[in-house]
Design a protein around this ligand. Structure first.
Ligand code: NAI
Length: 338
C-alpha cells in the first residue's frame, strides 16, 4: 500500500533508510477542509503515511463520518474528527504540519481568482486560528487562488507576531505532477524517472514549467515544449471542464498534497536532500513570493533554490508572468490588511 503512495524519490525504503534504526518521531498532521473533494482522499493518503502519528480531520461539516471511516484503516496514526469552529483549536493544537484544502473549487468558465471572495475569508479565519493554536506548524496552503492565499496567510501571521517565512508553503506540487506526466507521455520516457521543476505561481500563465531542465533528457521540438507548457498551465481547467460543474481536481490534488506533506515531514525529521517546488517567500526574483525548488529541513524551508539556466522561451514566460503574479500577491496582502 505504501509503495503505491510514494514515487521513486520518496519510497518507503528510502524513508526508513533515512532514519537508520531510530524510531520515527511523533508527528501530528491536521487537514482543514477534510470532508471535501480533496480533503477526503488526502485524509486517506495521510492515514497511509508511516510518518504520521496523529491525524486531525477538521471541517465545518461531515468530519465525524470521514474520521470514523478513515480511522478503521490498520495503519499507525490515530485519527480524530473535529467539526465546527469551536473544535478548530483542538484540531490544531500540537500540529507539526497543517494542510489547508478548505474552500470552494472552480466551475467551468471560472478562473482561480474568481474564488478569491469566498476563499480569502476562509483562509484568513483558519490562519488566525493557526497563529493562536499551532504557531510553529508548517502550513501547506492548497486553497485557491494560491497566488493570493499564501500572501494572505503571511499577513495574518505577521499581525499575530508568529510569521516565519520558512514555514509557509503554497502547494504547487500538482503542477509538477502534471508536468512530469505530460512530459513522460511526449518524450516517451518512464514517468517514474521524470523530474521537471515548475516555477512562478499557481494559476494560468504564472505556472512556468522548466522543460529545458527536465530529466531524462529528450530532444523535443519547440512546438512540443510549447504544447506541454500550455497543457501544464491549463491542466486544472482540463479537469474542471471534464468534471462539468462537479468541481476541480481532487484525486490528483490529494496525491500531490500527500507528496508535499510527506516531504515536509521528512524535512522536519532530518532526512537529507528533500527538495520540492513550492510557492514561498522568495528573493529569487523581485516578487515577494515565488515558486521554485525549495530544500526542506528541520525548520521548514532550508534553502530557496534559484531558477537555474532558462531557455529563451522560459525567460520570456518568466517576464510575462510577473505582472499577473504580482497583482495576485498584492490583492492578497490588501485583503488581509483591510
Ligand atoms: P470541496 O468543496 O469539495 O471541499 C472543500 C471543503 O472545505 C468542504 O468540505 C467545506 O465544507 C470545507 N470548508 C469550507 N469552509 C471551511 C472552513 N471555514 N473551515 C474548514 N473547512 C471549510 O472543494 P475541493 O475540490 O476539495 O477544493 C478545495 C480547494 O482546493 C479549492 O479552493 C480549490 O480551488 C483548491 N485546489 C487547489 C489545487 C492546487 O493545486 N493548489 C488543486 C485543486 C483544487
Amino acid at each position: 500500500v505504501i509503495k503505491t503512495l510514494n514515487n521513486s524519490t520518496s519510497s518507503s525504503h528510502l524513508l526508513h533508510r533515512g532514519y537508520g534504526s531510530e524510531a520515527v518521531p511523533h508527528r501530528k498532521v491536521a487537514v482543514l477542509g477534510a470532508a471535501g473533494g480533496i480533503g477526503q482522499p488526502l485524509a486517506l493518503l495521510m492515514k497511509l503515511n508511516p510518518l504520521v502519528s496523529d491525524l486531525a480531520l477538521y471541517d465545518i461539516a461531515n468530519t465525524p463520518g470521514v474520521a470514523a471511516d478513515v480511522s478503521h484503516i490498520n495503519t499507525k496514526s490515530e485519527v480524530k474528527g473535529y467539526m465546527g469552529e469551536e473544535e478548530l483549536g483542538k484540531a490544531l493544537e500540537g500540529s507539526d504540519v497543517v494542510i489547508i484544502p478548505a474552500g470552494v473549487p472552480r466551475k467551468p468558465g471560472m478562473t482561480r481568482d474568481d474564488l478569491f471572495n469566498i476563499n480569502a475569508g476562509i483562509v484568513k479565519g483558519l490562519c488566525d486560528a493557526i497563529a493562536k493554536y499551532c504557531p510553529n506548524a508548517l502550513v501547506n496552503m492548497i486553497s485557491n487562488p494560491v497566488n493570493s492565499t499564501v500572501p494572505i496567510a503571511s499577513e495574518v501571521f505577521k499581525k499575530a507576531g508568529t510569521y516565519d517565512e520558512k514555514k509557509l508553503f503554497g502547494v504547487t506540487t500538482l503542477d509538477v505532477v502534471r508536468a512530469k506526466t505530460f512530459y513522460a507521455g511526449k518524450a516517451k520516457v518512464p514517468v517514474t524517472e521524470v523530474n521537471v521543476p515548475v516555477v512562478g505561481g499557481h494559476a494560468g500563465i504564472t505556472i512556468l514549467p522548466l522543460f529545458s531542465q527536465a530529466t531524462p533528457k529528450a530532444n523535443l521540438a519547440d512546438e512540443d515544449i510549447q504544447a506541454l507548457t500550455k497543457r501544464t498551465q491549463d491542466g486544472g481547467t482540463e479537469v474542471v471542464e471534464a468534471k462539468a460543474g462537479k468541481g476541480s481536481a481532487t484525486l490528483s490534488m490529494a496525491y500531490a498534497g500527500a507528496i508535499f506533506a510527506d516531504a515536509c515531514l521528512k524535512g522536519l525529521n532530518g532526512v537529507a536532500d528533500v527538495v520540492e517546488c513550492s510557492f514561498v517567500q522568495s528573493s529569487v526574483t523581485e516578487l515577494p513570493f515565488f515558486a521554485s525548488k525549495v530544500r526542506l529541513g528541520k525548520n521548514g524551508v532550508e534553502e530557496v533554490m534559484g531558477l537555474g539556466a532558462l531557455s529563451d522561451y522560459e525567460k520570456e514566460g518568466l517576464e510575462k508572468l510577473k505582472p499577473e503574479l504580482l497583482a495576485s500577491i498584492e490583492k492578497g496582502i490588501k485583503f488581509a490588511n483591510k
